[in-house]
Write a protein that binds this ligand. Structure first.
Ligand SMILES: [Zn+2]
Length: 329
């Protein structure tokens, strides 16, 4: 390509990215953050490793396990962020625009950011929705909205591990020299998930049949409950965008009293106000309910906490549920 043509192509590409950036920056939620990437030329500079942007901590943990040292990984949501309510900031949008690959959960988990990613995708950037790479027959539907799938697939370790091959495929496109390492990473995750699955089954096995009801702040544990034979009740629905109704709270109080469920669980990413109403409602009927340890539902914990990794998150949840429902021997 002669130098003039090359300059024209570069200028056109840069202008296209800027146009997309302008649209996304206008559309995104936080108005006060200033862009941190202000490259004078192409906002996607040459790099030694591909830049990979992930939405949730669980997605980031999985992608990091597959990628090893072969990618620079940025996770957009900080620990404790509720993905149902998350909107990308200007800085997030610029990171997305710089990325060589973007990984998200999908199935509307990042419901308020879907538009931004769809726009990025139409510009030619790869956007991989991990949960949507799964066989639809393995997915649960949202009871309140049967046309939607339940997005909380990371709660079933074996199911979540099945998304790892899609990560390996996308990373291989970004960095073909490391294809074997990415495949080996995906296989390692499958083995790790099998081991974790066995551990959780052992942890939860002693919970009595009549006590296998997990009541938590929102419906994040459907896949966990299906895998480990627990009935799951969320005070809020699949998304945290809706407020619980009085009728729903009263129905939960009645069920907890009837089945003598001893414990209710808060979550680290969700308002737990309504849980106290259930505890109080049960007390008024003469049934004492205690608050169990907080569960990690839609976000990993901060560094150095038990939930800082995906494996740690599920292990902590299983141990807390077992302790709360009488499973620990
Ligand atoms: Zn959720």
């Amino acid at each position: 390509m002669n130098p003039l043509t090359h300059m024209r192509c570069a200028a056109l590409r840069f202008r296209g990215v800027l146009t997309l950036a302008a649209f996304l920056l206008a559309a995104c939620g936080s108005a006060n953050e200033q862009p941190t990437t202000t490259a004078a030329g192409d906002p996607r500079p040459e790099r030694e490793k591909p830049l990979v942007v992930c939405t949730t901590g669980m997605v980031g943990d999985l992608v990091r396990s597959v990628a090893g040292d072969h990618a620079e990984i940025v996770v957009l949501m900080a620990p404790g962020t509720d993905p149902h309510l998350w909107t990308p900031t200007r800085t997030d949008v610029l990171r997305i625009l710089e990325a060589d690959a973007v990984f998200m959960n999908g199935l509307l988990l990042e419901g308020r950011a879907g538009d931004a990613f769809a726009r990025v995708e139409t510009s030619g950037r790869p956007v991989v929705r991990l949960a949507e790479s799964l066989d639809r027959r393995e997915l649960l539907t949202d009871p309140a909205n049967p046309s939607h799938f339940d997005p909380h697939v990371w709660m079933d370790p074996v199911l979540w591990a099945k998304t790892a091959p899609a990560v390996a495929v996308a990373l291989t496109k970004a960095s073909p020299d490391h294809a074997k390492d990415f495949d080996a990473g995906a296989a390692r995750i499958a083995a790790e998930a099998d081991s974790l699955d066995r551990e959780i089954k052992i942890e939860l096995a002693p919970i009595a049949v009549g006590q296998r009801v997990l009541v938590s702040a929102h419906d994040a544990f459907g896949y966990f409950g299906r895998r480990y034979d627990l009935e799951v009740r969320g005070v809020q629905g699949i998304s945290t965008e809706s407020e619980p109704s009085l009728a729903a709270i009263e129905a939960l109080v009645a069920e907890m009293c009837e089945k003598s469920i001893p414990t209710i669980f808060g979550e680290t990413t969700v308002s737990n106000r309504s849980l106290q109403a259930i505890v109080d409602g049960c007390a008024a009927r003469g049934h004492d309910v205690r608050m169990g340890e907080f569960l990690y539902s839609d976000s990993l914990g901060a560094a150095s906490t038990a939930g800082a990794t995906w494996v740690g998150m599920l292990r902590h949840n299983a141990q807390s549920i077992a302790a709360g429902l009488g499973g620990r021997r």
